[in-house]
Write a protein that binds this ligand. Structure first.
Ligand SMILES: NC(=O)c1ccc[n+]([C@@H]2O[C@H](COP(=O)([O-])OP(=O)(O)OC[C@H]3O[C@@H](n4cnc5c(N)ncnc54)[C@H](OP(=O)(O)O)[C@@H]3O)[C@@H](O)[C@H]2O)c1
Length: 262
């Protein structure tokens, strides 16, 4: 039997110009979803929309800087005007910033929070009134495995991703019984431009954006509260739950923080 879960559903995807967001858009379009594509890179969004349309899909590119609450509101309202509904919000846009805490500029931390935390808050606040009114919808936040175990040098990114995980955890409980679902995704390393400059140990080998997108959609379809992927990532997660010091040791021994490529 064909899987029709996402068929004809309106899916807003932030960070759709690249990596995981782009892979999500392509997979969802293939499954017959209407995809609304958001990111700043207008040519990349238009090219993706064209690719989707040429394969018979339905895509609407809306160039948006997701750190601007008015721009996010405009994106949601434009989508509602065009399709009268939003079934899924994939709040995925993000940016990776590194700095050793002792040298960290507060400005860098604030910048990371704008994109990796507040943009998700803006999306939630913009889309929730509609979803609550319809008593139906699903919000998916792309956090990071870094929000289960922080890695050295990643404080600006890790702090914002932990904040996002906390926000999503509360939101899921507050929305219990409302008809609106919440899923938080914690990916390990994924082969995208976000971490293209990082050399990583084999043990935290990168998975493809396509594999990540497939894993996300599988979990969303099952309405999972949390999705951790790929499966080997669970090792570090369980180690951290059992003993943070043992997990610190594993991070050191396997150099899990990665290093800059020469
Ligand atoms: N790659 C990994 O290993 C990994 C692991 C765990 C979690 N994640 C998370 O997965 C998500 C997707 O990342 P990715 O790996 O696919 O990275 P990517 O290929 O670099 O894509 C990041 C996306 O975010 C968008 N974006 C960044 N700033 C934006 C802004 N101000 N307004 C609108 N869009 C913005 C970018 O589009 P524009 O530049 O066109 O705006 C791009 O489409 C992120 O939240 C990331 O933290 C990634």
């Amino acid at each position: 039997m064909t899987n029709t879960h996402f068929y004809d559903k309106v899916c807003v995807i932030s960070g759709a110009s690249s990596g995981i967001g782009k892979a999500l858009a392509l997979h969802l379009a293939q499954k017959g979803a209407i995809v609304v594509l958001a990111a700043r890179n207008k040519p990349a969004l238009q090219e993706l929309a064209e690719q989707i349309r040429q394969s018979g899909g339905n895509a609407l590119p809306i160039p948006t800087d997701v750190t601007q609450p008015e721009a996010v509101e405009n994106l949601i309202q434009t989508t509602l005007k065009s399709y009268h509904n939003i079934d899924y919000l994939f709040s995925n846009a993000g940016q990776y910033t590194r700095s050793r805490i002792v040298d960290m500029k507060t400005e860098l931390l604030k910048q990371s929070f704008e994109i990796n935390f507040y943009s998700h808050v803006y999306f939630t606040q913009a889309v929730l009134p509609h979803m609550l009114k319809k008593r139906q919808g699903h919000i998916i936040f792309i956090s990071s495995m870094d929000a289960k175990k922080g890695l050295p040098l990643d404080a600006p990114y890790v702090s914002a991703k932990y904040a996002l995980a906390g926000f999503g955890d509360v939101l899921r409980q507050e929305l219990n019984g409302s008809g609106v679902n919440v899923t938080i995704v914690f990916p390990g390393r994924v082969d995208t431009p976000l971490i293209g400059h990082l050399k990583v140990h084999w043990i935290s080998a990168k998975i493809s954006a396509e594999r990540c997108a497939k894993g996300i959609l599988h979990g969303v379809q099952k309405n999972k509260a949390e999705i951790i992927l790929p499966p080997q990532t669970y090792l570090l997660y369980y180690l951290q739950v059992f003993s943070p010091r043992l997990a610190d040791f594993a991070v050191r021994v396997f150099k899990l923080e990665g290093s800059e490529k020469e």
